[in-house]
Design a protein. Structure first.
Length: 400
């Protein structure tokens, strides 16, 4: 076992899945508070991969897998985007034969291998008493597995899609919405100059929140989301109408990466899958752009409308967190420490109806969090709808 001078205990923290602005502020909040309360903090590198790859030998160089955190380290990165601990989409319950660490290849020879036993031994090797994973539903679904195996877990929700069940807010969502609005407003000058349709593909595999909120805020005329298969003829008709009514003769549509044509399925870049079985999405914006130009003469006096097509992708992940993604991660980190100080675990820290709270971690795997189409999406107008903002949460449509 690694020799670590314990005080109250050792806390491990990791970030998994896609990076978002707000992860480093969360790591900083946990570390500063934990050290102040008398704990040591171990940062696990590369998400769950760091806990898979460790060589349980005190003489081994495991610097690629973990490091001890202190105030100097986290203060230098606490205001920046991304995650300085790095990330991966590793699923320790389904490690491919090629990805099994060299020192374990003789023991694990199946095409898919469950290395949870090794993860448990590695947590013990590090002397970790509490584990704080920060991630989306994939990362946190494995945290639920570890909790069922007896690990003391407190989870923090993170995802640009804002689709972790049980919470109104996930780290990264506000910055994603902010960036989407900014980029749409920048690109509209080009669309207006050339009187084009502007098609912007945004994140959102299963949930359309990242398309809905910017559209509601005025960044686009229409949006299409994964929860409702849309009619491309109707979208073309609406955008032609929007363009005609706009003095600058352009119209904007946000397309969730998981959106689907009526009668169609999701569009993927290729057929390879990650460790959680997800194919890489991408290309629905391109298809929408092609079809809009092809169909536009029907609704534009026989003349085609040219299209400006842009995938926003990593541009909305990049850079520093906005105000909300600086404040909420700080609060979430402190909430996690409050639970540890009270010897409570198996919880997900959340924002619910404008209040910070915590819920059982099992909520992560209990259901999907999706846009309530009947309440919030006008399927004829292909845009958000609402009756009243009275007593709604900050981001309107984020409650389960």
């Amino acid at each position: 076992m690694v020799t670590l001078q314990k005080t109250k205990g050792v806390i491990g923290i990791l970030t998994g899945g896609g990076d978002v602005p707000g992860l480093n502020p969360a790591i900083r909040a946990v570390t500063i508070r934990a050290i102040d309360e008398g704990y040591r903090v171990i940062g696990i590198r590369r998400g769950w991969a760091g806990l898979v790859d460790i060589v349980r030998d005190p003489k081994a160089d495991n610097s690629d897998c973990y490091l001890e955190l202190n105030e100097d380290i986290v203060n230098r990165v606490g205001r920046t985007g991304g995650t300085f601990l790095h990330s991966s989409r590793t699923n320790p319950a389904r490690v491919s034969k090629d990805s099994v660490p060299e020192h374990l290849k003789d023991q694990y020879t199946e095409e898919k291998n469950d290395l949870t036993g090794e993860v448990l031994k590695n947590l013990e090797f590090l002397g970790i008493d509490y584990l704080i994973p920060i991630g989306g539903d994939d990362t946190l679904s494995y945290a639920v597995r570890l909790y069922s195996e007896g690990v003391k877990v407190i989870a923090i929700p993170k995802t640009m899609d804002n689709d972790v069940p049980g919470t109104d807010y996930c780290i990264g969502f506000s910055t994603c919405v902010t960036r989407t609005i900014q980029l749409a407003n920048s690109l509209r000058t080009v669309a207006g100059s050339h009187e084009r349709f502007l098609v912007l593909e945004v994140f959102g595999r299963y949930a359309g929140f990242t398309a809905m909120l910017p559209t509601m805020a005025g960044a686009a005329n229409r949006c299409v989301i994964p929860e409702y298969k849309f009619d491309i003829e109707r979208l073309t008709e609406l955008l032609c109408q929007d363009r005609r009514e706009n003095p600058s003769r352009y119209a904007v549509v946000l397309v969730s990466e998981g959106a689907m044509f009526q009668g169609g399925e999701m569009v993927f870049e290729d057929l390879t899958t990650d460790a959680y079985g997800h194919k890489k999405l991408g290309g629905i914006g391109d298809l929408v752009a092609v079809k809009l130009k092809e169909l536009s003469p029907k609704y534009n006096n026989g003349k085609p409308v040219n299209v400006l097509n842009q995938k926003l992708a990593y541009l909305v992940r990049a850079g520093d967190p906005d105000a909300i993604d600086s404040i909420v991660p700080m609060a979430y980190g402190n909430l996690a420490l409050d639970l540890i100080l009270n010897r409570i675990h198996g919880r997900l820290v959340v924002l619910k109806d404008g209040r910070y709270d915590n819920v059982p971690i099992e909520v992560v795997t209990s259901r999907k969090k999706l846009v309530d189409v009947e309440r919030f999406y006008n399927t004829d107008r292909l845009r958000p709808k609402y009756k009243s903002f009275q007593l709604q949460p900050l981001f309107i449509m984020t409650s389960d």
